[in-house]
Design a protein around this ligand. Structure first.
Ligand SMILES: NC(=O)c1ccc[n+]([C@@H]2O[C@H](COP(=O)([O-])OP(=O)(O)OC[C@H]3O[C@@H](n4cnc5c(N)ncnc54)[C@H](OP(=O)(O)O)[C@@H]3O)[C@@H](O)[C@H]2O)c1
Length: 299
């Protein structure tokens, strides 16, 4: 099937830009959603631009989704890629900043997806790819709100995946590890201003200097061109995905050995947690007598 029509948010930078460049190079058609039309890079001039700010109102986002649909009459692959990382300890982050983070990473993606779901259902094909992060499963400080927004996106996508299976539409969670993009500089810029810092958590500042350096030392640095090639192969059933029979229950696309390793350790920890407390969680069911009362509506 070719050419596919992609709608990619956050198309002017990082993973989104690399994906648009790759899809165009493969002969697909792309609608590049960006919040500032002036920032569309020359390398994706062949894409159709769509102005979209995920912090706009729900109705504005839905209108943009419908406008995108009108461009080619269909969308085959929606990539909810745009996002950023709010940095700050739970005690210190401000309410408005938390809401902004969730609006961009979670609510905005939902509004856009909702505007396209009727079309996806009626065409009975397509992909919805939601960019989460390894942080959605294994989050660290001082990124609690970023972690939470991605965890929310993951939980929503898991249910969406099941909802859409009967319609032959595949909703997936894309879970990258560390890929150098503008992500870290924007995370740095989002840091709470010093005036709001309590000084109770002195570790924050060093992180931005040490993280990319640490990743380089560990040789755990992702190549965004390879990441987007894997995403393209997944959708087109080519390359690394050509011979794989992907279980339809698989909902996660893990990208990067750092992400895969961290997720494995986290799952091991969760399993140890559940196994280690089995006596506790097995102790909370109703006994026979209470169960009978419950059945009679007397509980
Ligand atoms: N890079 C990594 O290591 C990494 C790891 C895990 C997950 N991710 C996820 O991958 C996705 C892409 O990030 P990236 O690494 O490519 O970072 P990036 O280079 O900073 O790109 C982020 C994109 O999101 C856009 N964006 C931010 N807020 C927006 C809003 N309110 N409305 C519309 N667009 C908005 C940005 O637009 P502007 O240019 O206008 O700001 C930019 O195009 C994100 O969801 C991120 O959480 C990245």
């Amino acid at each position: 099937m070719s050419p596919r029509v992609w709608l990619v948010t956050g198309a002017n930078s990082g993973l989104g830009l690399a994906l648009v460049e790759h899809a165009l190079a493969q002969g697909d058609q792309v609608i590049a959603a960006i919040r500032n039309p002036a920032s569309i890079p020359d390398s994706i001039k062949a894409a159709k631009p769509l102005t979209l700010d995920l912090n706009a109102s729900d109705s504005d986002i839905q209108r943009a989704g419908k406008a995108a649909l009108d461009i080619y009459g269909r969308i085959d692959v929606l990539v909810n890629n745009a996002g950023y990382c709010l940095t700050g300890y739970v005690e210190e982050v401000q309410d408005a900043d938390i809401k902004h983070e969730f609006q961009t990473n979670f609510f905005g993606a939902i509004s856009l997806t909702q505007s396209l779901l009727p079309a996806f259902r009626s065409q009975r094909s397509g992909y919805i790819l939601n960019l989460s992060s390894v942080a959605g499963i294994d989050g660290h400080p001082p990124f609690a709100m970023y972690n939470a927004s991605k965890a929310a996106l993951e939980a929503m996508t898991e249910a969406l995946h099941t909802e859409l299976l009967p319609f032959n539409v595949t909703a997936l969670i894309i879970e990258p590890g560390y890929f150098p993009t503008n992500f870290w500089s924007s995370a740095d810029a989002s840091r709470i201003p010093p005036a709001r810092l309590t000084g109770a958590y002195p570790e924050t500042d060093s992180l931005f200097n040490t993280m990319p350096k640490k990743k380089l030392e560990e040789k755990q640095v992702g190549d965004r061109r390879k990441a987007v090639a894997r995403i393209f192969e997944l959708v087109s059933g080519t390359g690394h995905y050509a011979q794989q029979s992907v279980n339809t229950k698989f909902v996660r696309v893990v990208l990067g050995p750092d992400a895969g390793t961290r997720i494995r350790s986290k799952l091991k920890l969760i399993l140890e947690n559940v196994d280690g407390t089995e006596e506790v969680w097995r102790s909370t069911n109703m006994d026979e007598e209470t169960l009978e009362k419950y059945a009679r509506g007397e509980y």
